[in-house]
Write a protein that binds this ligand. Structure first.
Ligand code: GLU
Length: 435
């Protein structure tokens, strides 16, 4: 273990600003965990101040000609949190709820996530305030291309590499890659990850977050001498991450007893047939009204007794308000930031084994790294190779974090932050500060 010490001073003596937990501020919620980890590492106060701030916050105003001839202006962000260990990496989300505070938090999480799985990237995140469900494909394309054009000086294979996130997909990545390439005057497929396979995307990227979660679920269950087969699993969210995880865990023999999406949830204690559910979803665009299960609300769903609960939707789903009612053995965070900092001690007291987002859902960015590597040497791996390498990275990261949690007697959450902050701080110190 490498620890950056601050010459015997405690963090408080180092003159660090006071942090209060506001469940409302995602950035403060994540920084509260960072602060505690930094304190446990006895981090140098200067490094603490540096790592607490993003490197860059970019706001762009994106004019888009709408189909009806109106000119709309959208607000977009890209926050680059840290580049100590390599180029920035992180997704882009499209949502009416995007805020700069949220993007800052998500960018910092990317830094820690890349460090936990030990891939050579820093962290970034982007977001555009828009409602893609109310926009046509051509409006979305114009929005994406202009947003990319506004960011041209800041992104690229060596600078900052975007990827899909909430409400963005392979198509959006293809537009970003094309816009970037048109300006570069040649095809630069390493400019984004999560592209279609035929455009330099990686096999297995689409399933990677769900596959990573399944690998980590197996590792976590082993710690309790439990088997994945026949365990009861509840999944909140049925987008790419939730649905892939459901399918892969179902294949492992798990009983997926409840799932939900934005419309509501379904529950069947005997287990849901995921292939049948997927057919239902492709027809009806929602899990609700699936015939072989009863309806449950999203709140009730989180409180169903189970072995593994996977929040795979959005932030702040488990808070001080409902943490006391969670009845799972393992909480596996598929989403980024599904648990507020205030909920952590409540879950710990209840004996819930929390596998934090920055470890649990890192499969996506890990295969993004593989994609970037494949693009840069122009040789593409078989899916089998991608999946084997993913398994190796995820298992090693789980072991590292578990080991840290044992030796420091801290939760998996704090241990993963400690491991990540230690790695980033160490290399920041080695690089030194350019003046
Ligand atoms: N959006 C994903 C995440 O939050 C993937 C990011 C990436 O692949 O760069 O981890």
């Amino acid at each position: 273990m490498r620890v950056i010490r601050c010459g015997g001073k405690t963090m408080a003596q180092g003159g660090i600003s006071q942090v209060t937990n506001k469940e409302g501020s995602l950035f403060e919620s994540t920084m509260e965990r960072f602060d505690y980890a930094a304190q446990r590492l006895n981090l140098d106060p200067g490094l603490y101040r540096l790592l607490r701030c993003p490197n860059r916050e970019i706001t762009v105003y994106i004019p888009v000609m709408m189909d009806d001839g109106r000119l709309e202006v959208f607000i977009g962000y890209r926050v680059q949190h840290n580049i100590a260990r390599g180029p920035c990496k992180g997704g882009i989300r499209y949502s009416p709820d995007v805020t700069l505070d949220e993007i800052k938090a998500l960018a910092a999480w990317m830094t820690w996530k890349c460090a936990v799985v030990n891939i050579p990237f820093g962290g970034a995140k982007g977001g555009v305030i828009c409602d893609p469900s109310k926009m046509s494909m051509s409006e979305l394309e114009r929005l994406t291309r202009r947003y990319t054009a506004e960011l041209l000086d800041f992104i690229g294979p060596e600078r900052d590499v975007p990827a899909p996130d909430l409400n963005t997909n392979e198509q959006v990545m293809a537009w970003i890659m094309d816009t970037y390439s048109m300006h570069a005057r040649h095809t630069v497929n390493a400019a984004v990850t999560g592209k279609p396979v035929g455009l330099g995307g990686s096999r297995g990227r689409k399933e990677a977050t769900g596959r990573g979660l399944t690998i980590i679920a197996k590792e976590a269950m082993q710690r309790f001498n439990l088997k994945l087969a026949d365990s009861q699993v509840v999944i909140q969210g049925y987008g790419n991450v939730g649905s892939t995880t459901a399918r892969l865990m179902h294949d492992e023999g798990c009983r997926i007893i409840a799932v939900s999406d934005i419309e509501g949830g379904i529950f069947n204690p005997d287990g849901i047939d995921i292939a049948k559910l997927d057919e239902h979803v492709s027809k009806h665009k929602s899990v609700t009204a699936y015939p072989d299960a009863r309806a449950v609300g999203n709140e009730e769903l989180l409180e169903i007794p189970c072995e593994i609960l996977i929040p795979a939707a959005t932030e702040n789903q488990i808070t001080t308000k409902n943490a006391g009612n969670i009845r799972t053995r393992i909480l596996l965070e598929g989403a980024n930031g599904p648990t507020s900092a205030g909920a952590d001690p409540i879950l710990e007291q209840k004996g819930v084994f929390v596998v934090p987002d920055i470890l649990a859902n890192a499969g996506g960015v890990t295969v993004s790294y593989f994609e970037w590597v494949q693009d840069r040497y122009g040789y593409f791996w078989r899916e089998k190779d991608v999946n084997e390498r993913l398994e190796e990275v995820m298992c090693n990261a789980f072991k590292d974090v578990y080991h840290y949690s044992q030796i420091h007697r801290e939760s998996m959450r704090i241990a993963s932050y400690m491991l990540a902050v230690d790695r980033v701080a160490y290399y920041t110190k080695i690089r030194g500060i350019y003046a």
